[in-house]
Design a protein around this ligand. Sequence first.
Ligand SMILES: Cc1cc2nc3c(=O)[nH]c(=O)nc-3n(C[C@H](O)[C@H](O)[C@H](O)COP(=O)(O)OP(=O)(O)OC[C@H]3O[C@@H](n4cnc5c(N)ncnc54)[C@H](O)[C@@H]3O)c2cc1C
Length: 578
Amino acid sequence: MTTTYEPSTTQPGTRIVIVGGVAGGMSAAARARRLDEHAEIVVLEQGAFVSFANCGLPYHLSGEIARRDALLLHTPESLAASLNLDVRTGHRVTDIDTKAQKVTIEAEDGAYLMPYDALLLSPGAVAVRPPIEGLDNPRVHALRTVPDVDALRERVGELLASRSRGDQPPTAVVIGAGFIGLEAVEALSSRGLKVHLVELADHVLPPLDTELAPLLADELAAHGVDLRLGVSAQAVAPAEGSDDGTSSDAVTVTLSDGSALAADLVIVNVGVRPASALARDAGLELGPTGAIRVDGDQHTSDPSIWAVGDAVEVTQAITGVRVPVPLAGPANRQGRRAADSMCGRRTTPQAPVLGTAIVRVFGLTAATTGANQATLRKAGIEHEVVHIHPGDHAGYYPGSETVHLVASFAPDGTLLGAQGVGRAGVDKRIDVLAVAIRAGMGADDLAELELAYAPPYGSAKDPVNMLGFVAQNVLDGTMPQWQAQDLDEAMAATLVLDVRSRSEFAKGHLPGALNVPHLELRARMDEVATSAQGRRVSVYCASGVRSYLATRVLLSEGFEARNLSGGWLTLKAVHPDL
Ligand SMILES: Cc1cc2nc3c(=O)[nH]c(=O)nc-3n(C[C@H](O)[C@H](O)[C@H](O)COP(=O)(O)OP(=O)(O)OC[C@H]3O[C@@H](n4cnc5c(N)ncnc54)[C@H](O)[C@@H]3O)c2cc1C
């Protein structure tokens, strides 16, 4: 489709004022300039930096991004030179007079008013401050801004410099095992600190489905991280023996289970909430989550004010619920869209947001797109879950790594959400699945997707195809399945059949399970019938593949059989005590 746009659509002398000069705000400013050479564009940023790479901060802490300058993508000077933007750092907007169309700005040399024709709010989010006593202790850090990472690097540098040969490593406590918390853990560990990670939820990375999270927990443990799940930090206090909070070298973090952790530094990262106070005080409509309500063009309830980024509500794909989704991709795209709208262009209204996200945890990658199982359950959306553990590329080519994938499908086959964890190939599978959800694809479409393949890269049946095949089999009844969560019922009311080899069985199995290696199944059918005594047969193997073959044999012999989704690998993740 070809569309011809007018070159410039704002009135001569139009002033666009933008609050917040990082992801959404700066995307909007740059796009507005590209669309309109004559508008006056003023960017007001309360901090000392604009256009900085906040997503890169953890990697500067680790030292992987060695130069601080690399995080500072632009300066007010470079933006004036390249885009003719008037960028004012250290300028905080404290009030919006929507009737007079003026903002009040506080700067070092006093407060002043600035009229606007179009106002864009991209103030981001504010860190949630958990109810922990002693959070103002100087050993407690955040990881949100350039000054935050400067302070952290300085502290880590001091700790490492003052360490003598043979000393124990310095110790950090990270509170909150979300995306940024995990990045902080990895960064501090890679600098040589001993890290304790405290998380209130019962698994790390709470947006991840329960059955994938233990893989991350194992990886953290393998790198020496001490994981405290299901507990909250309650207090941070100067360590015993230190004089006071400001001069102490260490603190003690007390947890809700009564334990205490000594720490040379603490990072708190328990989530964010929309920075919507300015909008609220100006009378703009907010949603129940406190985020600014906007339409598909990023318009707020005031016709001259637009809003984008972490501060706004978006429509969550799959559930249709309106929530803030604090991610850089949506913020940047919204900024571009808002500029189009401010400049009078036709926009592509925002698509529902999938919340596609990814994080590296040492050697593992975890990624998610669409709705997770908890969200689907909460929204009452009927779904079938499939688990697979294929290789990231052909098994016969060296270096193949397992990709653990979980995906949820509606009864009509529509893909609702997917998650993956593994050492290789997770990012591309989740990105393909994100596109599939956006396109409204289902199991049949995944089965037919044509993806790039040569042995070092994938398999002729890519893991994405495999998800489609398995989901087709489940949904059309070819392969009835049971889930790890059905374990009690399976053990109480069915014959549990373990079709792994004898040696695998000997290393651990479900109590009472009958072991018939899948290659012996046809010859031992009578034994299975005798043991089943007319009951259903719940089959399992290591990953769900051999048990699928066995299930098909049993079904064709007239048994009521079903296959454990994801096999022993998934079962152990859900029931670690087995
Ligand atoms: C450490 C870290 C790592 C991250 N990593 C990722 C990642 O890997 N992937 C991902 O998708 N997302 C990541 N994010 C989230 C992503 O950075 C945000 O979603 C995105 O920056 C939001 O853009 P925004 O424009 O809404 O807010 P921001 O980019 O935060 O910008 C808001 C700016 O507005 C300024 N401001 C606020 N109020 C006022 C006011 N009244 N007057 C003037 N200025 C004001 C603030 O100082 C701030 O600089 C990360 C965030 C952090 C902190």
